[in-house]
Design a binder for this molecule. Structure first.
Ligand SMILES: Cc1ncc(COP(=O)(O)O)c(C=O)c1O
Length: 186
């Protein structure tokens, strides 16, 4: 709806399209017309997008320090990888020892960890911080995916209800509900 309100030109593709290949194809078409396309990958998860979560890690540490809190672990939903890549890089770059656990919403553990690590490494190079993130800084648990992306599992619903009733916090069924369902596994 917002795309239409802002007057963007939309192209629709079938649901099983290889999104990145389709975007490359469109970009080539625009380049041939003398334009300068910029491709934003799914989830904004490239090294520029991940910078947002490097900043988030710094903001988190500032708030934690201001409030005198001790954080044992950061747990969140992980999908296209930019959130976890940025958080892990931001925490390691600031010498924080706080571990991060990503609860997978789509891919199996090994694949998810590989995606996150590769993006964290690329983002580190982009920032001039090569080598800041080690492979074992990246930990994911994909046991809470259920039937698949966007489909809430029983554990997702249970976590959403629990957070609402005990904490007054509203979670979503695609990411934070699954993250919360897996949050006791670190
Ligand atoms: C609330 C929430 N948590 C986690 C994620 C996962 O982020 P990423 O796709 O960068 O892994 C998203 C993505 O949209 C989100 O909305």
């Amino acid at each position: 709806m917002l795309d239409q309100m802002f007057g963007a030109t939309l192209e629709k593709h079938p649901a099983d399209t290889d999104m990145n290949a389709a975007m490359e194809q469109s970009a080539t078409k625009f380049k041939e017309q003398g334009k300068k396309p910029y491709i934003i990958p799914g989830g904004g998860s490239n090294e520029i997008g991940a910078l947002g979560y490097v900043n988030c890690a710094i903001e988190l540490l500032q708030q934690v320090n201001d409030m005198g809190l001790k954080v044992d672990h950061v747990v969140h939903g992980t999908g296209s990888a930019g959130t976890q890549a940025g958080l892990v890089l931001g925490l390691r770059a600031t010498n924080s020892q706080i571990p991060v656990l990503g609860i997978g919403v789509r891919a199996p553990k090994e694949k998810q960890e590989e995606n996150v690590f590769n993006l964290a490494a690329k983002t580190a190079v982009f920032m001039g911080l090569e080598g800041t993130v080690q492979r074992d800084d990246v930990v994911a648990n994909s046991d809470y995916v259920g039937e698949g992306y966007g489909i809430p599992a029983a554990s997702t619903i249970e976590a959403i209800d629990m957070f609402a009733r005990l904490e007054g916090i509203l979670l979503d069924p695609v990411y934070s509900g699954k993250g919360a369902a897996g949050s006791s596994t670190w």
